[in-house]
Write a protein that binds this ligand. Sequence first.
Ligand SMILES: C[S@@+](CC[C@H](N)C(=O)[O-])C[C@H]1O[C@@H](n2cnc3c(N)ncnc32)[C@H](O)[C@@H]1O
Length: 279
Amino acid sequence: MNERFDNGILTALRCPCCNSEMTLENDGKSLKCSAPKRHCFDFASSGYVNISSSHGSGDSKEAVRSRTRFLDSGHYKPISDAMRGILSRCVPQGGLIVDAGCGEGYYSCRVSGAGYSVCGFDLSKVAADQAAKRARREGLSNTLFGVASVFELPMADSSADAVMNIFAPCAEREYCRILKDGGILAVAYAGPEHLMGLKKKLYDRVYTNEERSDMPKDMKLLEEIRVRYDITLSGAEQITDLFAMTPYYWRTSQSDKDKLLGLDSLTTEADVIIAVYKK
Ligand SMILES: C[S@@+](CC[C@H](N)C(=O)[O-])C[C@H]1O[C@@H](n2cnc3c(N)ncnc32)[C@H](O)[C@@H]1O
């Protein structure tokens, strides 16, 4: 038996190839579907499972490592506290929460630690691997981490109590499909001033962040919570880790990147909006 997740999670999973129910086989080392073809998905030794029918890569090893170091330093704890607070108010204890685009599992594990079953899915194998390792490190027994696209989640219709979606692509139709009636979608994204201090060090002209174009349009918006505070980072490693987590990292010239390396410390705003919707 797989000791990492409960029956609620298993019942909600669906085969990405034929949408049939899944069972644990091979002493809990594989998931197999119940269709005649018995599609089989093996768990890696870390505990994640590649349960994807799509081909994509997601975040790289370097990006995932930077994210883990940065999140472990606690600088985004107020954001995870806000997400936990929203879910605790809206979802009964023991409910099933899907973390869509879970990355290396920091938020999934914080929410699981608050008494929920959590399925985290990410396109990046390295991220899912790190997330499973994090859950094991933290002794969590009610999580499953899988490689899958947020646009094709291996979950049954109306099976999840909530979906959380943090700095990751938002797939409204797919989230609506897997949510129970009355289920909650919480989308966290960069507010106008997010990381303004970092941007000012890099560029001569800086702009506030634009609104996202993929926000839900058909679901009912319940509330928007804005989390704003200052973060002070010490040393090149912390500063570079935060920078490597942002989309700017890939768009910035080496000469601009070098401006950060000489800094002893950096203070920058965190400005995150969590929009909460109901199915
Ligand atoms: C900015 S990171 C955020 C990760 C995590 N939610 C966090 O805040 O720490 C975005 C994540 O989305 C994943 N991603 C990108 N496109 C995806 C897709 N179509 N399906 C699933 N994950 C995706 C990336 O691999 C990456 O881990």
